[in-house]
Write a protein that binds this ligand. Structure first.
Ligand SMILES: Nc1ncnc2c1ncn2[C@@H]1O[C@H](COP(=O)(O)OP(=O)(O)OP(=O)(O)O)[C@@H](O)[C@H]1O
Length: 264
């Protein structure tokens, strides 16, 4: 058997790079005659962290809705790991490893922290919702996820009595039950106190750096993003104004103009 030379496969062909985790090509969304997202294209590779910034109403959440399948696209295509999912439902994309959190809290007020995670485990398992069931069918998974998100000491606490930072951690815990490879985080720092931001930032950083999860995140706090994001994407009036390293994007006069003098 002849060894292959560097840069070729055993068959002598150039190696094919793996398909991007996410590929958008010209996606757009028009509703009621208004174009909210227009011609957005980019590739996101395994283990990358891409952050979205942009003025209010720029279309960031709408873009996340299109990627996660909550809203069908009007135009363009979406691929996950090389498979066309443009017409696939949100739950199919979730089974392919896409997980998503929302800008506004999506928790059940009176339900405990542990029950949120149990319920997510049941749903991921394809089971029906039975929170009154006495035996805990997922004790190890619940314990693991709560430890990972530093919520073990809050397991029996009702979600509505948590601090904002803890609520955001619980949303991440619910997400982690499904072991997402691609996480879409929509303003995870929204409503979180300044004292809680560093721990939450560190948790997101470790999910990315230590566990190798690919992340798309919308965030208004640039100080949070600068230590996290590999690339920054700027949305403005539904289009992608810039997509590059944070340093290049922040020095871009067109981007500064879009913020009308606001500090980035
Ligand atoms: N279902 C809808 N029907 C009509 N217009 C909508 C709908 N959803 C969103 N929009 C409009 O689309 C625009 C973009 O909204 P979107 O929430 O995506 O912006 P955003 O960049 O996430 O803003 P923010 O930073 O304030 O969260 C807004 O003008 C919004 O009013």
């Amino acid at each position: 058997m002849t060894p292959s030379s560097p840069g070729t496969t055993a068959a002598g062909e150039p190696p094919t790079s793996p398909a991007p985790v996410l590929r958008l090509r010209g996606i757009g969304w028009t509703v009621g005659g208004a174009t909210i997202v227009d011609s957005v294209s980019f590739d996101l590779h395994e283990g990358e962290f891409l952050a979205f910034i942009g003025p209010n109403g720029a279309g960031k959440t709408s873009l996340f809705n299109l990627v996660s399948g909550i809203t069908p696209v009007s135009r363009g295509s979406i691929e996950l790991d090389g498979a066309d999912v443009t017409n696939e439902a949100a739950y199919v994309r979730a089974r392919r490893g896409l997980g998503r959190t929302f800008q506004t809290s999506s928790l059940w007020p009176g339900m405990t922290v542990a029950d949120h995670v149990r319920l997510a485990a049941q749903a991921a398992d394809g089971g029906s919702y039975r929170i009154w069931r006495r035996a805990d069918p997922y004790p190890e998974l619940v314990a693991k996820v709560l430890a990972r998100t530093e919520l073990a000491h809050r397991a029996d606490t009702a979600a509505d009595t948590l601090s904002h930072g803890e609520k955001r951690k619980l949303e991440l815990a619910v997400l982690l039950v499904g072991e997402p490879r691609l996480m879409l985080l929509d303003e995870p720092m929204a409503g979180v106190s300044a004292e809680e931001v560093p721990a939450l930032t560190e948790l997101i950083r470790s999910l990315h750096r230590e566990e190798g999860r690919t992340v798309l995140m919308v965030e208004h706090h640039m100080d949070v993003l600068l230590g996290l994001a590999d690339r920054l994407a700027v949305m403005h009036h539904g289009t992608l104004l810039a997509l590059d390293t944070p340093q290049v994007v922040m020095a871009d006069p067109t981007v500064q103009q879009a913020y009308l003098g606001e500090e980035l």
